[in-house]
Design a protein around this ligand. Structure first.
Ligand code: M6R
Length: 605
């Protein structure tokens, strides 16, 4: 996904911008560029491909202490030098980097072409510097505000102008942007890690806000153009925690961080043997909830489905768990008695944010589960439960998922207590199980070599099936997504009982099947389904509790998870599935942390 950096100060901007862009590499990109103010001119260098290509093009003439940079992930127009940012207007006066999408760019482009503007790229972005040139009033801020009022869509912008050499303007609309400050220097970034080595003091721009840096001072304006005061937020995590710490890949590091992430997510939320989530929702509202909707994408949506399963099972509230990209367009049935649980690691996923807004506009109360403080989803929700996973860099989500599940277990307990749906004995049993998880996850990590061996057996297949029932079916979905995402092996997750309604036709000795069976009341049924696929020649792998013998005897290869309350199986089964995907990807020689075609944070629809 696109990334923005900007620098305004006294040092060589090129070095700071390139450093920042390298820090944003993990987001995924296909081209990059920087623009520097030098001797009254704006000097733009861009290159398709990795940042190394851009570095090769830069030389000692690329000087200046004010500049902007960008990594692009193509949305309008193919990856190419021309389509890379920064973009200049055709008069060569204004220069822009942009994250997001300008939805009305076609009509703006046509109008600009009629006025004689020549376009060099296929991007939506290029309309912005051209509009700035056409509507230039001679006042930088006024010009930007005027043009922004003409743009529809979601965007973050960083703008330079040859006419205003001691100024920089940044704008945030539905796409994250922060401005860091340190000793008269300003650092702009779409992601905090890009500037963390320079400053921990940042201004987090809110929706529609504009920051104007001029002669070493900064001023902020709201969407109506009025000057506003903003407070500095101090970032408490350091760069080291965003780096690999000796692991070969971020994904492996993040898998191994799960015991600690679980501990941190539980910390302070269990007091005197009871869950104490201070929810900003009244007891009256909680008792009146007649429907829960879970809104999320990808892995986060599977965490939400597990939580939804327990809400139905123990709280007896109907749950609708849909991908946010469907939910937002399905005219969902939402009332002021609906609780919407929004789950998102980044807190910036475009579809999830849109689903949140749709639900909110219909009167629902929103509880967000997110990992990023100050993210859009956090700010727009009625209540936020932060996961304490720390920065997750690998595109494949691991520790974020597990901590989302922890947050959901806590939420189920808190809501259940207020509604009188669960008693003290139930709460005690869940809390005991939650507290044991870090140690149990550690014991799974200690036997990673089993999954490495299984991955070696799987890596040369082109297709695999993951089957399960109930919450094990959700774990299958997550296991299959993980395998597809980074090993590029086609993997299909299927409700085990549905196989014989058509899909069984695909099972041959060329299609291994991974069966997850942890739920006692479904065990016999799940094992029958595994026997069915075995009979069609499939090699079978089983994941089940250590003390359970039937599954172990049925499958060709068994992976034991520590014995626990079966409600906690989704956490214990997903860790070996993450390892399986990791090793399959590694053994195939793939780029584990940055799988092809994917980005960490999907901030466009
Ligand atoms: O940041 P979010 O949790 O909102 O992201 C949602 C999905 O894009 C994300 O979980 C995606 O499915 C992961 N790459 C899966 O590993």
């Amino acid at each position: 996904m696109c990334g923005i950096v900007g620098y305004f100060g006294k040092r060589e901007a090129k070095d700071i911008l390139m450093n920042g862009l390298f820090r944003l590499e993990y987001r995924g990109y296909d081209s990059a560029g920087i623009a520097l103010f030098c001797d009254g001119d704006i000097n733009v260098t861009k290159a398709q491909g990795r940042l190394k290509e851009l570095e090769i093009k830069l030389n000692c003439e690329n000087r200046g202490s004010i500049g902007i940079g960008h990594t692009r992930w193509a949305t309008h127009g193919k990856p190419s030098d021309e389509n890379s940012h920064p973009h200049m207007g055709c008069e060569g006066t204004f220069c822009v980097v942009h994250n997001g999408i300008i939805e009305n760019y076609m009509e703006l482009k046509e109008a600009l072409q009629e006025k004689g503007c020549d376009f060099l790229s296929e991007t939506d972005t290029e309309v912005i510097p051209n509009l700035l040139e056409v509507y230039n009033t001679g006042d930088f801020l006024e010009t930007v505000q005027k043009v922004v009022s003409m743009l529809e869509g979601a965007y973050a912008l960083c703008v330079l102008s040859k006419e205003f050499p001691e100024e920089m303007i940044v704008v945030r609309k539905a796409s994250p942007l922060v401005v860091g400050k340190c000793d008269g220097e300003y650092f702009v970034a779409s992601d905090i890690p890009a500037i963390l080595e320079y400053t921990k003091d940042v201004y987090i721009l809110e929706e529609d806000e504009v920051a104007h840096i001029k002669n070493k001072t900064i001023a902020f304006y709201n969407g109506e153009g009025n000057a506003i005061d903003k407070e500095i937020t101090e970032i408490t995590w350091d760069l080291e925690s965003a780096e690999k710490q000796g692991y070969p890949h971020f994904m492996l590091k993040e898998i191994h961080e799960q015991p600690e992430a679980v501990e941190k997510t539980l910390a302070g939320r269990i007091k005197d043997g009871t869950v104490q989530l201070d929810l900003n929702l009244t007891d009256d509202f909680i008792k009146s909830i007649d429907k829960v909707a879970v809104v999320a994408c990808g892995t986060a949506s599977y965490a939400g489905r597990v939580g939804g399963n327990f809400i139905e099972k123990y709280l007896r509230i109907p749950v609708e768990a849909e991908f946010a990209s469907e939910f937002r367009y399905n005219d969902p049935i939402i009332t002021d008695k609906t609780l919407v649980i929004v789950v998102s690691q980044s807190g910036e996923t475009a579809d999830t944010l849109a689903g949140l807004r749709e639900a909110k506009s219909k009167g629902a109360k929103i509880v967000a589960i997110t990992n990023v403080v100050g993210s859009s989803i956090a700010r727009e929700s009625d209540e936020v439960i932060y996961t304490q996973a720390g920065p997750e860099i690998a595109v494949a989500s691991t520790k974020a998922y597990v901590t989302q599940l922890i947050a959901l277990y806590l939420l189920v307990l808190q809501l259940g207590k207020i509604r009188g749906a669960i008693d003290a004995a139930f709460e005690k049993s869940w809390i005991e199980a939650l507290i044991k998880l870090p140690e149990q996850i550690t014991s799974i990590l200690e036997q990673s070599d089993i999954m490495e061996v299984y991955a070696a057996g799987l890596k040369d297949y082109t297709s695999a099936f993951f089957i399960g029932r109930g919450v094990d079916n959700v774990s299958s979905l997550e296991g299959a997504l993980k395998l597809k995402e980074i090993s590029y092996i086609h993997a299909e997750a299927y409700a085990a009982g549905e196989l014989k309604h058509g899909t069984l036709a695909l099972i041959t000795d060329d299609v291994p099947v991974i069966g997850i069976a942890t739920q006692k009341h479904l065990l016999e049924k799940s094992i029958s389904n595994i026997i069915e696929v075995k009979a069609r020649g499939a090699i079978t792998y089983g994941i089940g509790f250590e003390g359970e013998g039937q599954l172990r005897r049925t499958v060709d290869h068994f992976y034991p998870i520590p014995d626990a309350l079966e409600d906690f199986a989704p956490i214990l089964t997903v860790v070996p599935l993450q390892l399986l995907a990791y090793y399959a990807s590694l053994l195939k020689g793939n780029d584990v942390d940055k799988p092809r075609n994917l980005a960490k944070s999907v901030t466009v629809e």
